[in-house]
Ligand binder design. Sequence first.
Ligand SMILES: [Zn+2]
Ligand SMILES: [Zn+2]
Length: 768
Amino acid sequence: MPFLNIKIYGIVQGVGFRPFVSRLADEHGILGNVCNKGPYVEVLAKGSQASLEAFLDGLRHRAPKRSTILNIDVAEQAISPSFSRFDIIESAKETGDIFVSPDIAICGKCKDELFDPENRRYLHPFINCTACGPRLTILDAMPYDRERTSMGEFPMCDACHEEYVSPASRRYDAQPVCCNDCGPEVYILDGEEQGADAIRRTRRTIASGGIVAIKGIGGFHLCCDAGNENAVRRLRERKHRPAKPFAVMLRDIEAVRRECFVEPGQEEILDGHQKPILLLQRRPEGSIAPSVAPGNPNIGILLPYAPVQLLLFDYPDGIAFPDALVMTSGNPSGAPICHTDQEAREALGAMCDCILSHNRRIRLRADDSVMGWLAGKPYMIRRSRGYAPLPFMLSRDYKGKVLAVGGELKNTFCLGSNHLFYTSPYIGDMTDLRTVLALKDSIQLMESLLENRPSVVACDLHPRYNTTGVAEELGLPLFPVQHHYAHILSCMAENDIHDTVIGVSFDGTGYGEDGTVWGGEILKADCGSYARLASIMPFCQAGGDKASREGWRIAASLLYDHCGKDRKRTERMARDLDLCTEQELSAQLFLLDHQLNCITSTSAGRLFDAVSAILGIKKASTFEGEASMQLEFSAESWKEGSRPLPSFPLRTAEDGRLLLPTFSLFQRILQHRLEGASVSLLARMFHEGLADQIRMACRRIRETEHLSAVALSGGVFQNQLLARLVRERLTADGFHVLTHSLLPPNDGGICLGQAVAAMHFINTKRSD
Ligand SMILES: [Zn+2]
Ligand SMILES: [Zn+2]
């Protein structure tokens, strides 16, 4: 009888792959075994020629939906061991590419069992099966086996063990399997209640307008009735978060249709096995309280993905419970999401009325992923739970291991291993020391899970970033990568493009090679180098850090230039625009006059802030990007055609790069504003004018550089209106436009670009 050794590479761990192989083998009368080797799954298979062929065909075409097979190696062996049946055998570790499954939302079958009074897992808050449940967040080490997860502390009862070992069961080989008898337990932290009582108290508290911190899959959420304006306001006060939108978890897809406009493709994402937060346009007649997302036409919606969240909405206790819950990350402002009882007690205790926790440890934090929608596809804003750490695969023959520590805001990091690049869950903003510690811990854990010992560490060029400090401490060769170049490399890598592109990198602020602030850049980029071919018109950014939160400061600087540095005229104009107080203006002009705390800047983000300020939309931001987001919403609300703008010519800077005439655009918007034109129309004109200028610069670069692919990246492209306008224009001009989809265009995506730069460097250096 022929005997095959089959190696299957890809996401084949923790997704029910071995049970699938075992059932398939039984179906075809195959003898042998299957084993998790870490980097791959190995199958030894003995059977007739025909049955082996059918078996291989099944492996290729009937694998579980959540697995991703990259490659199957089949070798026929002459000497065959003797087998009497087909077994799943214990994991033996080997080295090679490693795939860790992200956490998977509860599946339909488990949901049915959860609410079936006849089922022995009726109302069990930790129900899961081979196809669903936590993965990355409970993993201590690879390969993925119960003893190396947080479930190792909970020995299976006989009934669970029976399911775990029987191939016909839905829980065959499901590592986190458990039940009401043997599983973890929910409880009110520092309270009396456990199990059912704890859930009842949580429901009662929320239904009566209270706030509860709830431990989920990747961390704690703060939770209250999203239809109760008072409750939402109280949460805002306690969290010191005046305006930044909260995400809302809705009971089911019916509730989503009632509250928001939603396309079929979006429903699929909302209800899929990843269950991210999706930004949807709210219906005017919806019941969600205004304070959930003040001044925002959209709302971040998600569906329950953990069994305990389903139990919140439905429990046989007679309590009338709302359909919509605020579900916001449970963290003190700036710090990472709380993931232990200790953290929750200290940081969230004062914000909520009680804490619903449980005793299954979270090993790695994972915030909810957040996405928008662009051109019929997801447009990632925060890539975390459900997606991390799935790797990006490049079709390049890279060899080696690198670490990239990412950016300072919205930090994520990336481990590169040959052609695979694993990006981490969301870590947070590195201005907070607690987040820096979380970054160090997470790097250590991911390095050990993925068995990655990097030889080089990539970081941002900015010498004073905390991430740069973290990179330096590792004692490895450092590879600094310019911020806007990293953005473009990320977009190229996500699209698996390796040829030279025109990179439109529009962003907040990043450290430029000439020591100035960069941010609205057009680069010529390939994997090894870049050149700055164009930028927006430089302006003076005065006032240090404050200038990045207070757009009126940038506006004042541009007004001053517009008035030919005439103080009196500037003051008059600022008064007409109600830009700031006289005192504030005079302090700002003093800085500009004496070039104090002033830096030359081409930040596109700051330009948006300045326009938002002169239009009276938002003069300062209470959270990153607020002013430019409001400018985008205002532009989106303009439904009557735009007014044409004159085509201002491109200019040339001293270093030879092209300058987009953004200052002329600003002046024109300003002039119309002073004449009393509609704010929304002007917001719209600004977006269109900028998109026109980007198109003009790309056309000019195509003539001289003969490049036809354009990559769009940087935080400014989180602005979906701008992304759409630029994309449409460039596509119409015959450019091949590359955009992000599953990696954020903002700083949460730059770790991939940094990692690719470092990987490319060690590979080209080696061949020199
Ligand atoms: Zn399930
Ligand atoms: Zn059990």
